[in-house]
Design a binder for this molecule. Sequence first.
Ligand SMILES: *[C@@H]1O[C@H](CO)[C@@H](O)[C@H](O)[C@H]1NC(C)=O
Ligand SMILES: [Zn+2]
Length: 386
Amino acid sequence: MNFISFLLFSALYTCLASRLGDRTLPELSASGITTLITTPDPIKNVDPSNPASHLSKILIPRVSDTENNTIVRDYIVSTLKALQWHVEIDEFTDKTPIGTKRFRNIIATKDPTASRRVILAAHYDSKYSATYPDDQFVGATDSAAPCAMMLDVAEALNPLLDERKKRLDEGLEDDEDVADTTLQLVFFDGEEAFVVWTATDSIYGARHLADKWASTYLSPHGKRRLMGTQSTELTGIEHLILLDLLGAPQPSLRSYFLDTAWLFDALVSVERRLGESGAFAYGEEQGMAPEKWTTYFQPRTELKINMGYIGDDHVPFLERGVPVLHLIADPFPPVWHTLKDDATALDIPTMRRWNLMLRVLMSEYLHLRPEDAQPHSAVRRDASEL
Ligand SMILES: *[C@@H]1O[C@H](CO)[C@@H](O)[C@H](O)[C@H]1NC(C)=O
Ligand SMILES: [Zn+2]
């Protein structure tokens, strides 16, 4: 993303089809949370010392339109296909300052028939530099770790999403809020500038996808009752939650947009409940025990205007009225765009904590029921381990 461009935000939402607005998310029970944060192991996917972890598979130089970029993309695609998600590649070419390049966004959808979706996104390309590939820049926080966290969320929530679909199909639940909402993961390509960040040398993938989705009209559909007649792929997005520059210890994040302030608050609530329950501490790692952990989130201002924002993959969506939650360390990690942004910049307890927070936030958003998933073990472990 762009370090210097803080712009004033003035997009209008009124032109868009109605969307679900502020909500109070149902809170998971203590036993639900215990099950969710222990299964699967919240470290294994983000452990850089394990060569088989999702993180290790992604943590290689992976500049757009290179063989390594394809290796990483194939890994992400096969991981999500193994979970039986619907995976699409949005492929295109664009001019860059160093010639025409081919880019490929990865779009993975749990239920492609759903009319709405909440998107978790990050970029999977790594930054090119004039010394590439000698420099071996791997962009650990930028954004290998966020990509690995997204795969962790997919793996943790997959059986719960299946359960929810079964409940809805069998008429056991009529959940107005989220019955038509699925989880989608977008791995953007070409986020990084090849030379210097400008409007045309940056966020190649996001610009292409937002443009394409804004002009992809959907045929009328019974389930699309909340949407206008001019529904596009873009209007079906409830929220775009963009992760960037995460994985280094004790980040500081803030809320940028008034319309998603409630979702930011919901994440702060997840963090507080997990922190107070002791979930952030484990084994020898007691630095984030209940009396010791401190929040990752800056207090929200009472101002009634949107804050400036940081240029990143969300901007083309934001400009088209998509509600965005931008989860980015601000200030950026000190290793940003240096060769030090490698495995040594990452902190396992921090990445584990992000996995827990994202699992719980997305489960509460989607009304999942982890407490039903493994009733016996959940009851046995209830609270005692929290
Ligand atoms: C591709 O990734 C491997 C690590 O798996 C690395 O050794 C190699 O240098 C990378 N190639 C380029 C061109 O960056
Ligand atoms: Zn970057």
